[in-house]
Write a protein that binds this ligand. Structure first.
Ligand SMILES: *Cc1c(COP(=O)(O)O)cnc(C)c1O
Length: 422
């Protein structure tokens, strides 16, 4: 029996309508930007396997460090105990982040990194005896994960529909632009005394369709928050670790957030790990003789040493100057291709931030995750050996930074052909 058939008997896949799903392709091996299926067919992973893989698959340096760690210490409870990989990773990560981040809190994934950030902010105000501060501000189109707290601060959408009644109330604001920024600032000013924190994806909103906005307006929103003591959370789960052409998207800001959420590229896409970092202002609000001021949060696999070792190895590669050159090269290639398709009648909009290139297809209808174009585009590129996974009619390229110019050119050529064929 084929793996696809066996899979269909026992597996429930994520984000997949399981009634007559497209067949799940058995992947047996990865190398660099390539994935190989059972028949030896090669695919270019142009979405970095859901945005996690930044240095290519089965990277030998990460593999070696992971193997070494597995043979030394695979896991240890992280309450009451510590280990070198967790401490070393925090020592290396904190100075790399914009601003004055002072502590690392470990969890398992992007959603839990967001849950921890929200709990830090909400409890900050409980611990400082300002219990009226319990509202969260978020963008109407945000995506922060699939657990209940993360869903609550995400935009209401088809992803959250069945649960909307159970999600906590959030003050949603539009993405900022020249036309509405004053109005958004007024809204924050008006709500100020009730607001605990503002959470945002800096400059690129991923899952809601790779929406983009400008750093100068985020700076203005953060300034307004800071004026009222509202805490700010940068969810860099997708944008972190070079994706936007800088190590972190928030480097484009002049003001710095209080908290960062990191995951996805953190381990180089090798294994799950989440990080929430905060500045000393937040950390100190939890220091007390009073046990009730403790952050009572933790996961069984908090700071897993193997995942920390993978992250350290991934950082080695990220900080190698060659990687920054690759990032700049991909950014440049994208920009040149974007120029050549500018104004194409089948494209509603083309936008780019760093290594992310987005082509929103004209469908004569509103942009939608459920657009019928999605499967057509997905299967078209798959047949050409390219993994692109459009968000509805929003096609985007988000490749590992090691992708060659030849592979990028092949993807661009195939997109041009798709613009003719579909
Ligand atoms: C993917 C994502 C998350 C959730 O991360 P998971 O590891 O999938 O739980 C949170 N925030 C952003 C911005 C993301 O892109």
């Amino acid at each position: 029996m084929s793996l696809t058939t066996r899979d269909a008997q026992v597996i429930w896949h994520p984000y997949t309508q399981m009634k007559k799903p497209l067949p799940h392709i058995p992947i047996v091996r990865g190398e660099g930007v390539y994935l190989f299926d059972e028949e030896g067919k090669k695919y270019i992973d142009a979405v970095s396997s859901w945005w996690v893989n930044i240095h290519g698959h089965a990277h030998p340096h990460i593999a070696a460090r992971v193997a070494e760690q597995l043979n030394t210490l695979e896991h240890v409870i992280f309450a009451g105990f510590t280990h070198e990989p967790a401490v070393r990773l925090a020592e290396r990560l904190l100075p790399l982040l914009p601003g004055d981040q002072s502590k690392v809190f470990y969890s398992d994934n992007g959603s839990t990194a967001v849950e921890v950030a929200l709990k830090m902010c909400l409890q900050y105000w409980v611990n400082t005896n300002k219990i009226t501060r319990k509202k969260v501000i978020a963008f109407k189109d945000a995506y922060h994960g699939d657990t209940f707290g993360a869903m609550s601060v995400s935009g209401r959408s088809i992803f959250t529909d069945p649960f909307n009644q159970l999600l906590f109330d959030v003050e949603f604001i539009d993405l900022p632009n020249a036309g509405n920024i004053e109005q958004l600032k007024s809204k924050i000013n008006y709500l100020s005394n009730e607001v605990a924190c503002f959470i945002f994806e800096p400059m690129v909103l991923g899952a809601s369709g790779m929406l983009m906005y400008e750093a100068q307006y985020l700076d203005e929103l953060i300034a307004t928050c800071q004026k009222h003591g509202i805490l700010t959370i940068a969810d860099e789960v997708m944008t972190g670790f070079g994706r936007t052409g800088k190590y972190f998207s928030c480097e484009a800001l002049s003001l710095k957030p209080d908290i960062f959420c990191l995951s996805k590229g953190l381990t180089g896409g090798t294994m799950p790990l989440g990080v929430t970092t905060c500045n000393s202002k937040i950390f100190e609000a939890f220091l007390s003789e009073d046990k009730l001021k403790t952050l009572y949060h933790g996961h069984s696999f908090t700071a897993n040493p193997v995942a920390c070792a993978a992250s350290l190895a991934s950082l080695d590669i990220l900080l190698n100057p060659e990687t920054l050159q690759n990032i700049k090269r991909v950014e440049h290639m994208h920009r040149e291709f974007a120029e050549t398709i500018k104004g194409h009648p089948k494209l509603k909009e083309i936008r780019q931030n760093g290594t992310i290139l987005v082509m929103e297809w004209e469908t004569g209808q509103d942009t939608s995750y459920l657009s019928g174009l999605r499967d057509k585009l997905y299967l078209y590129f798959l047949a050409q050996g390219i993994i692109l996974r459009p968000l509805g009619n929003v096609l985007y390229i988000l490749p590992p930074y090691v992708i060659s110019n030849e592979d990028l050119e092949y993807i661009y050529r195939t997109i041009l052909q798709a613009l003719k064929d579909i």
